[in-house]
Design a protein around this ligand. Structure first.
Ligand code: GRF
Length: 204
């Protein structure tokens, strides 16, 4: 059973997918700590509903990014987190945090990396539509110092249809996110991810 810490800033549908996957034993693990940098993030309500320890640590209260991150680490370590999942967390982490939990931090991005990196929210889907690509999707990857550039664990794709808007595309991608994130966490929990340079090999 792995212990999972989750960082959120918003509505938390990915957090919900992770919690549900743990509760129905798809992931051999447990969410032990949810931290939001935003006070009234709906994700916190989801944690409360499932009796998961949850905390607000407002980044604004800290002058130095590292001081903010030290507080995150304190809470995650208190709860003995083995894996940190970024689920709609709207802050960039410094090398201090990333290296403290080296290859133990995952993120989900709502496009097929390495394309459309460093874009957030509806901007990603808008950029995808404008670019004319025929497929989009989501990417679960390990977090490294460079934003949206760590080793890719898995991707799921959706077709971009002629009549898609950024809203319809976002909905389609989100459905796949809720499958992909639990899948990646399960593989991690089962010890089946081997990082070889930029590649992640999935052991059978
Ligand atoms: C998702 O689209 C995710 O890919 C991105 O932020 C969004 C978070 O949504 N990183 P939610 O808070 O999990 O509903």
């Amino acid at each position: 059973m792995i212990k999972i810490g989750v960082l959120v800033s918003g509505r938390g549908t990915n957090l919900q997918a992770i919690i549900d996957a743990c509760e129905n034993n798809y992931i051999p693990g447990k969410v032990v700590c949810v931290i939001s940098n935003i006070e009234n993030a709906y994700a916190l309500e989801r944690a409360k509903r499932h009796n998961i320890p949850n905390f607000v640590i407002p980044h604004k209260n800290y002058k130095q990014r590292e001081d903010f991150e030290k507080e995150l680490i304190k809470k995650f370590d208190e709860k003995k987190s083995d894996l940190i999942c970024l689920a709609g967390f709207m802050r960039i982490l410094t090398p201090y945090f990333v290296n403290y939990y080296k290859y133990k931090i995952m993120n989900i991005h709502p496009a097929l990396l390495p394309a459309f990196k460093s874009l957030y929210g509806e901007k990603v889907h808008q950029a995808v539509i404008e670019s004319g690509v025929k497929f989009s999707g989501c990417t679960v990857h390990f977090v490294t110092e460079e934003v949206d550039s760590g080793p890719i664990i898995l991707q799921r794709i959706v077709p971009v249809e002629d009549d898609d808007t950024y809203k319809t595309l976002a909905e389609k991608v989100l459905k796949e996110e809720h499958i992909a994130y639990p899948m990646a966490i399960r593989l991690f929990a089962e010890g089946r991810l081997r990082i070889e340079g930029k590649r992640v090999r999935i052991l059978s």
